[in-house]
Unconditional design. Sequence first.
Length: 343
Amino acid sequence: MRIWFNKTFSTIGAVFRQLKAGYPDDGITLVCTHTHRTATAFLAADEAYLEPSELHGQEYIDWCLDFCREHRIELFWPGKEAALACKNRAPFESEGVRLMAAADYPTLTLLHNKADFYADLPREVALVMDFVAVNDAEAFDRAVEMLASKHKRLCVKPAVSVYGLGFRILDRERDSIIHLLKGVEYQIPLRELRNGMQHTPHFDTLLVMEHLGGPEWSVDCAARHGELLCAVQRKKSPLAGHGQSVDNHSAIAGMTERLIRHYRLNGLVNIQYKEGESGPRLLEINPRPSGGFGMACLAGANLAKIAFEGFKGETPKIPALRYGLRISEINTPVVLMDEAYMA
């Protein structure tokens, strides 16, 4: 089967390696495209091509359809414009191309905005931190006052964000010069943030939240349209250089299974949790493989193969996971391109 992965995060190479390990007899051909010639994912792909960087939206989807025709793609596993690809599923299927998407278009759109997602999430499915979504200074002030009466520390984060970009703990005591001199990361002086809002009367949705100070879990999942096939919990050490451990927290396992079922998640997804004063709370659902996907597979489960078998309607064999395993990753130097040998 010819499987195409379009532009996505560089960690997709770990998925390629797991698929190749699961199908060593050339049962699949992995096709990868990216806008950069030096994309690291090219190193693990069977075929690599450049895609146009200037195309977005429907123009990009039209290009994807042409690419599928030209390269005889049988399965499209979208990264860039995944939600829009799902919305345009019919034209692909009419060309004999199936889509491996983490969810349908409305769900992918919902997961993209955490304010909407948190508001939609039933408490019986999973618990999130105490939060208030704000768009102006007055709402921000009310949210801080209300949440501060219940929680020791507060934090903020844009409702639309990836990789934790924009996350900051609110510091009520120190100024930014102290942060700078002391190397304080991921914090922002409350006073200075509030002053900055004076010049921006209305801003994109910002979440004001209770700060969860406990350990964090990253759960890598293989699913089939709402059925959880396998999940690996990676508990992250708060100390740099101490790696992660393969965990089996019952509350997280329960929330993960219910989230997969409630949102009918599919393929490879990642779910993040963090512990607060009242136990683990859901942070987000990433409708794609995580950056630590390769580490998760060290627990004994080839999640990429399991997801692919589920896609094909097979019954995957789920191995016993190696709970308690301490895991990490190391950097490996590679040659991306040798200009001297290029025409």
